[in-house]
Design a protein around this ligand. Structure first.
Ligand code: AGP
Length: 610
C-alpha cells in the first residue's frame, strides 16, 4: 500500500507533492520520489528519489532541486523488490515517468516478454514494467499518452492506481484505477491526483472519486474520465467535510477500526499472484523449500503472531502431515531447544523487528535449522535474518493492536500449508482445489462480518461494563479465543482469559457467575457438539454466553444469550471469520470506555527489547 500524488497547474509542483506525500507517509515509508516537468522550459522531467523516509528525499531535493509546474510523487511500501534507490518510484523509461500503488500479478511473464523484446530493466519492481509498456505503445505510434496508457493496461493483470507523465506531452497527466484507491482534486487552473483525500485536503475539498477500470486524463483546466474501451464517463465532484486527521483514518474514528475494515482487501492482496488454480497449487513467490527433507516444523513468534502460529499447527499438520511445534519466541532459546538440520523454523512477525523473535531465530540458525520468515514489512530485520521470506500484504498497520496483519498471517500460513501438502502428497489436488476456491471467496465472506458493526456495538454496550471476560474455543478456535482475550486486554484494560473450552471444567469454571460474559467460538465442525456442551456448563452457572457461530445454525440461539453469525467456509479457514467479531467487540468496548485505542497504555507497536 503506497501513497501516490500528482499535480498539474501553475504553481511549483515539488512543494505541493512533498506536502501531499507527508500526509500519505502512513501508507508506506520504504522510499520516496518525485518526477517534475517544466513545460515552459521544455526538456525532460527531473526524477529525484531515494530509499527511506520522506525526510531523505527532502534532503536530496535541497541538493538536486526539481523545478516545474507538473509533477508526480510517491511514497513506497515495498512488495516487489527490496527498499532501495533503484526500486524507488517514479520509474522513468524514455520520456515516461510512472508511479504505482498495487501489485501487477503477471509481472514475471510481462518482464520476460519485454526483456525478450530488448527492454533493459534497472529495478526489481513490477511497476517499471508498466513504464516500459507505455513507452513501447508510444514508440509503436499511439496518438496520445491516454491512448498509450489504455493500450498498455490491456496487458496488465492485478491491482493498480497508476499515474503517468510524459516529457513529450507536458500538459497532461494520465491516471488509471483497478482496486487501489484514486481521487482527483479539483482546483482553479490546477488539478491534483492522489491515493486518498488526506494528501490534497489542504489544497481543495472538491474531489472526484475514481471507479474500477477508469482512466483519467488530467490537464490544468480539465478532467476527462473514460473506461478501458475509451467510452467517456461522467462523475459529479463531492465536497469533503472531514478534518485532516479524520481523513488519514479514511473517515474512521481510529486506525484500528479502519484496519479492521481493510481486512478483506488485505487478505485479497496477500492471495494475489500466489494461487495457481491451473495446477491446484500455491507458489510462495519463488521460495524453494526442500520439503522432502523437512522432518518437523517449529513456529516461533510473540503475541498475536504467536496465536496465528498456533492456528498454523492445525493447518500444517492437517494439510501436510508434518509434525509441528509452536514456541513462544521469548522462551525458545532459554530452554536450549532440541533443534537442527531437517527442522524448518517458521518465524512469524508483523513488524519484522521483534527482538525476542530475532534472538530465537539466531538460536535456531546456530543449531542448523532452516528459517522461513513470514512478515508484513519487506526487508525488515527478521526476513533478512532468515534463510527464506514470505510476505503478508496487509500494508502498514498503525494501530498497536494487530488486526489485519493477523488475518493475513492466517492466510499466508494456509498458503504455506497447502504448498507443503501438495509436495508431501498429503493433500490431494481435489482437496487443494476446494481449499483454494474457499480462499478466493474469503475476502467477500470477511466483509459480510465487518459489515456487522452496529450489532457488535450493541453487544459491546451490553457486556462492556463487565470486570472480566472468558473466551472459549476448541481446536483451531482455541488460539482465536486467546486472540480475542488479548485484543480486549490490550485496548480496554479489562482482564480477559482465553481458554481451551474442554479445559474450562478443570479450573476457570470457578470464575463463572451472572456477571461474567463468556464468548464461545462454536462454528460448525468436528468440535461443535462438544463446544455446545461446554456452553451449557457455563449457562448452568448463570454465565452470560455470547456465541460466535456459523450462519444457518438454527439451534445455537437456544443455547446462548447473544449470537454473532459468520458465513460457512472450510474448517481450516474458519479462524479468518470467527476472529473478526472478537476484534470488533474489543474495539467497541474500548471505544465506549474512552481508552486510547490506537496507542494503548504500556504498549508499543514493535517490541525491540527482550
Ligand atoms: C498484538 O496486537 C500486539 N501488538 C503484540 O502482541 C504483537 O503481536 C507482538 O508484539 C508481536 O509483534 P510482531 O508480530 O510485530 O513480531
Amino acid at each position: 500500500m503506497c501513497g501516490i500524488i500528482g499535480y498539474i497547474g501553475s504553481r511549483q509542483a515539488t512543494p505541493l507533492l512533498i506536502g501531499g506525500l507527508r500526509k500519505l507517509e502512513y501508507r508506506g515509508y520504504d522510499s520516496a520520489g518525485v518526477s517534475v516537468l517544466d513545460p515552459a522550459a521544455g526538456g525532460p522531467s527531473r526524477v529525484v528519489r531515494c530509499r527511506g523516509k520522506l525526510g531523505n528525499l527532502e534532503e536530496k531535493l535541497k541538493a538536486e532541486p526539481a523545478a516545474g509546474t507538473v509533477g508526480i510523487g510517491h511514497t513506497r511500501w515495498a512488495t516487489h523488490g527490496r527498499p532501495s534507490d533503484e526500486n524507488s518510484h517514479p520509474h522513468k523509461v524514455g520520456p515516461i515517468s510512472v508511479i504505482h500503488n498495487g501489485i501487477i500479478e503477471n509481472h514475471l511473464q510481462l518482464r520476460a516478454e519485454l526483456v525478450a523484446g530488448g527492454s533493459h530493466f534497472s529495478s526489481e519492481t513490477d511497476t517499471e514494467i508498466f513504464a516500459h509498456l507505455v513507452e513501447r505503445q508510444l514508440v509503436e505510434g499511439a496518438e496520445s499518452l491516454t491512448i498509450a496508457v489504455r493500450k498498455a493496461l490491456q496487458k496488465v493483470r492485478g491491482s493498480y492506481a497508476f499515474v503517468v507523465m510524459s516529457d513529450k506531452e507536458p500538459g497532461t497527466l494520465v491516471a488509471a484505477k483497478n482496486s487501489s484507491p484514486l481521487v482527483i482534486g479539483l482546483g482553479e487552473g490546477e488539478n491534483f491526483i492522489a491515493s486518498d483525500v488526506t494528501a490534497i485536503l489542504a489544497e481543495t475539498r472538491k474531489v472526484i472519486f475514481i471507479d474500477e477500470g477508469e482512466i483519467v486524463t488530467v490537464t490544468r483546466d480539465k478532467v476527462e474520465i473514460t473506461d478501458l474501451e475509451g467510452k467517456p464517463k461522467k462523475r459529479e465532484p463531492k465536497i469533503i467535510t472531514w478534518s485532516a486527521v479524520q481523513a488519514e483514518k479514511g473517515g474512521f474514528k481510529h486506525y484500528m477500526l479502519k484496519e479492521i475494515h481493510e481486512q478483506p482487501r488485505a487478505v485479497a492482496d496477500t492471495l494475489v499472484g500466489r494461487i495457481d488454480l491451473e495446477n491446484d497449487d500455491v507458489n510462495l513467490d519463488g521460495v524453494n523449500l526442500d520439503v522432502k527433507n523437512i522432518k518437523r516444523i517449529v513456529f516461533i513468534a510473540c503475541g498475536t503472531s504467536y496465536h496465528a502460529s498456533m492456528v498454523g499447527e492445525f493447518l500444517v499438520e492437517a494439510l501436510a502431515r508434518i509434525p509441528v511445534e509452536v514456541d513462544l519466541a521469548s522462551e525458545f532459546r532459554y530452554r536450549d531447544p532440541i533443534i537442527g538440520p531437517g527442522d524448518l523454523v517458521v518465524a512469524v512477525s508483523q513488524s519484522g523487528e521483534t527482538l525476542d523473535t530475532m534472538e530465537a531465530i539466531r538460536e535456531a540458525k546456530k543449531k542448523g535449522a532452516t528459517v522461513l520468515a513470514i512478515s508484513n514489512v519487506i526487508e525488515s530485520s527478521i526476513p533478512r535474518l532468515a534463510d527464506h521470506a514470505f510476505y503478508t500484504h496487509a500494508g502498514p498497520e498503525i494501530g498497536v493492536a494487530s488486526t489485519k496483519a493477523f488475518t493475513t498471517q492466517l492466510v499466508a500460513i494456509a498458503l504455506l500449508a497447502i504448498h507443503l501438502g501438495r509436495r508431501t502428497n498429503a493433500l490431494s489436488r481435489e482437496r487443494a482445489r476446494e481449499l483454494l476456491a474457499e480462499l478466493v471467496q474469503l475476502p467477500h465472506k470477511m466483509k459480510e462480518v465487518t459489515d456487522q458493526g452496529a450489532h457488535l456495538q450493541v453487544l459491546a454496550r451490553r457486556y462492556g461494563h463487565a470486570h472480566g471476560f472468558l473466551f472459549l474455543g476448541r481446536g483451531s478456535q482455541y488460539p482465536i479465543a486467546l486472540e480475542g482475550a488479548l485484543k480486549l486486554k490490550e485496548i480496554s484494560y479489562i482482564h480477559a482469559e482465553g481458554y481451551a473450552a474442554g479445559e474450562m471444567k478443570h479450573g476457570p469454571i470457578a470464575l463463572i457467575d451472572d456477571k461474567l460474559p463468556v464468548v464461545v467460538l462454536v462454528p460448525r465442525g468436528p468440535s461443535y457438539e462438544k463446544t455446545v456442551s461446554n456452553l451449557a456448563e457455563v449457562r448452568a452457572r448463570q454465565g452470560k454466553v455470547l456465541a460466535i457461530a456459523t450462519r444457518g445454525d438454527q439451534d445455537i440461539g437456544g443455547h446462548s444469550d447473544d449470537v454473532v453469525l459468520v458465513a460457512d467456509t472450510a474448517l481450516e479457514l474458519q479462524p479468518n471469520l470467527t476472529v473478526l467479531p472478537l476484534q470488533m467487540l474489543s474495539y467497541y468496548v474500548a471505544d465506549q470506555r474512552g481508552t486510547d485505542v490506537d496507542q494503548p497504555r504500556n504498549l508499543a507497536k514493535s517490541v525491540t527489547v527482550e
